[in-house]
Design a protein around this ligand. Structure first.
Ligand code: NI
Length: 158
């Protein structure tokens, strides 16, 4: 296991579309373990493989210690409804936060890390996280859809 380097704003890979995972092999499993470790290390809620430089449709989401870690491979949106305006950030934009419009509820299907088909319905924070991470797989990032006038740029302490 290893902590992977997170690609940040300005890195063109963040604008590329990720490809479907065809076979869940050892290499993919290792990537998933590293993504979990990297997410935990940087205290994030979600991480997409593209953020560690791999253009594959893999996402890990961990809302809090009380919740399971979701691994979503090749996720597809089945339905989404409602809207919520939420405060949002992204590990690839470590100094930026803004308000974003997200679905209030979202249902997706995906494969888990064992290749098993799963369906997940998320509301509130989980819906936000799933929507944010699926955007990454499409080469979209949260600053594309901020509510005008809500961007905050936090100065980094070294
Ligand atoms: Ni992000």
């Amino acid at each position: 296991m290893a902590i992977r380097t997170i690609r940040t704003e300005g890195d063109e890979i963040l604008r590329k579309k990720s490809k479907k995972v065809e076979v869940i092999d050892e290499k993919i499993r290792e990537l998933i373990q590293d993504m979990k470790e990297t997410l935990h290390k940087y205290d994030g809620v979600g991480l997409a493989a593209v953020q560690v430089g791999i253009l594959k449709q893999i996402v890990v989401i961990h809302e809090s210690e009380d919740e399971p870690i979701y691994v979503l491979i090749n996720p597809e949106i089945i339905s989404q409804s409602g809207t919520q305006i939420v405060e949002e950030g992204c590990l690839s934009f470590p100094n930026k936060f803004a308000k974003i419009k997200r679905p209030e509820k979202i249902s997706i299907q995906a494969l888990d890390e064992n290749g098993k088909k799963i369906k997940i319905t998320g509301e509130k924070l989980l819906a936000q996280a799933i929507s944010h991470e699926i955007d990454h797989l499409n080469g979209e990032v949260f600053i594309d859809k901020i509510v005008p006038g809500t961007l905050e740029i936090i100065r980094q302490e070294n």
